[in-house]
Design a protein around this ligand. Structure first.
Ligand SMILES: [Zn+2]
Length: 489
């Protein structure tokens, strides 16, 4: 017994440098339900395994208490000023009741798995802030991505079950919402149904052959193809973000690709839309706007590879970036269809909205290009990262800023075209138009409250306070990622 105890002590000593780690602390629950919840989680061997894995893998700059307590609210949270994670027994009680009410098999085991996933999600927040990682996009998505990555990579099949169960939980909660006005598009979290798909895509990407039987009937096949391709990229990006904080490992450069000052790269613009005679005025204005934005990008950034912006007739009405050739494709059918969708607007409003869309489209596809070509270690999906970067460029630029509200109008038109909750593409790689609308106008307001005071009415004071903080973080993190390539945000 004594020998065994000794070896245990040595193991603990070897695995955890005494200074800095996650330190669980179990505060005794008072209510009967709370006591049962405490017992359920405290006796879960997977919980210890997760904490041990994190503590034997990453070096924290300070101790991070992991507090279990009866908090009187159903939640789990990371708190930056106290550098701690709190999980409430109330959340555990809620989950138990939820799984029982839904008639899910093994509700206690499902509760343990969901709590473990939530714990990993909070660890994601903790790592981002404690290690000061340049996370971009919605931090909540980054935390889910980290949790799913850890669950599928670190703790074997048990981890996969944690991720599956968490997805199931989000799926069940998402299905409970039937009205459009009950969806919280302005919130910092993705919608429950989006989280359901995001986690399933990570599970599938981690091992398509072993998981396709369960995942394939639930997710559109094209989305799964992207998930499979992106999973190894996500692994690499997180490895790069975390590598300098590993206890045993080699630090990788944050920027594996740097510009060559002797051979600066540019974006060139080409109009490939053939015209029999003179171009109509609207077409000329569109081309001039593209040229103007490309000119600004060239004065502001040195991309790692040459980029070729081409305005052309495409088969699909969609703008896109082709990484192999460096082509930014600006689709004439896309802008033409936008033009006709905006016919209900007054002429001046329509003109502004189209100009905003043209400007934003170039910035967004350029952002996509620099993310891919510079191999930036973004968190979340590249579509969302590119939209965020382009949004920041629009907000920061004194002239493009005037186009932010017209761009919001465009998102509003797209959002209004969906009549009910069943029409929303929850599985898409991109955020929903309604989410882009609130993000753009909310960050615009917090960046320039005196210029755009009227936008505060779209949000609660609590959300606005959070957005102020998020906006500064986003700018700082993009600045760090883009610094070698120019940083006019
Ligand atoms: Zn969170």
């Amino acid at each position: 017994m004594r020998a065994r105890l000794m070896s245990f002590v040595c193991l603990v000593f070897l695995q955890s440098p005494a200074s800095a780690q996650l330190v669980p602390s179990w505060q005794n629950a008072v209510s009967a339900d709370g006591k049962a919840a405490q017992q359920l989680i405290q006796s879960d061997p997977a919980h210890d395994e997760l904490v041990r894995y994190i503590n034997s893998t990453y070096r924290f700059p300070r101790k991070v208490p992991l507090i279990y307590t009866e908090a009187g609210k159903i939640n789990a949270w990371y708190q930056g000023n106290s550098h701690s994670i709190t999980v409430s027994y109330d959340l555990v009680v809620f989950l138990r009741k939820f799984f029982r009410a839904k008639g899910v098999a093994n509700p206690d085991q499902r509760t343990r798995e969901t709590v473990a996933f939530i714990l990993l999600h909070e660890m994601g927040h903790a790592l981002i802030h404690e290690l000061d990682l340049p996370a971009v996009g919605r931090e909540e998505d980054a935390a889910d991505e980290f949790a799913a990555l850890m669950a599928t990579r670190a703790v074997g099949d048990r981890g996969k079950n944690m991720a599956f169960t968490a997805a199931e939980w989000f799926g069940l909660m998402g299905r409970g919402i039937a009205k459009m006005e009950d969806l919280e598009f302005w919130d910092e979290h993705s919608l429950n149904s989006q989280r359901f798909y995001k986690i399933l895509c990570m599970i599938y990407g981690s091992n398509p052959a072993a998981t396709e039987e369960v995942v394939k009937p639930l997710v559109p096949v094209t989305r799964l193809m992207t998930a499979k391709k992106r999973f190894p990229q996500k692994v690499q990006r997180w490895d790069r973000l975390l590598s300098s904080h590993l206890l045993n490992g080699r630090a990788l450069p944050l920027h594996p690709i740097l510009p060559e000052p002797a051979n600066p790269r540019q974006i060139s613009f080409q109009n490939e839309v053939k015209s029999g005679g003179l171009l109509p005025v609207s077409e000329l204005a569109r081309i001039q706007q593209f040229q103007k934005v490309v000119g600004w990008l060239n004065r502001s950034y040195s991309p790692p590879k040459h980029l070729y912006a081409k305005y052309m007739v495409t088969d699909v009405p969609k703008n896109f970036f082709l990484p192999l050739t460096g082509n930014i494709i600006l689709s004439k059918p896309f802008f033409d269809s936008a033009d006709s969708r905006l016919n209900h607007l007054k002429a001046a409003e329509k003109f502004e909205t189209l100009k905003a869309l043209e400007t934003f489209s170039v910035l967004q596809e350029f952002s996509r290009g620099i993310i891919e070509d510079a191999k930036l270690p973004i968190t979340g999906e590249p579509e969302d990262a590119a939209a965020e970067l382009a949004m920041l460029m629009v907000i920061r630029h004194p002239e493009y800023r005037k186009l932010a509200e017209p761009l919001g109008r465009w998102y509003k038109v797209l959002g209004n075209s969906k009549e009910n909750v069943l029409q929303l593409n929850y599985w898409s790689e991109s955020a929903l138009d309604q989410q882009r609308y609130y993000d753009l106008l909310g960050y615009l307001h917090v960046a320039y409250p005196q210029q755009f005071p009227h936008l505060s009415g779209l949000f609660s004071p609590k959300r606005l306070a959070k957005m102020r903080y998020e906006y500064q973080n986003k700018r700082r993190n993009w600045w760090r990622l883009l610094q070698p390539f120019g940083t006019p945000i």
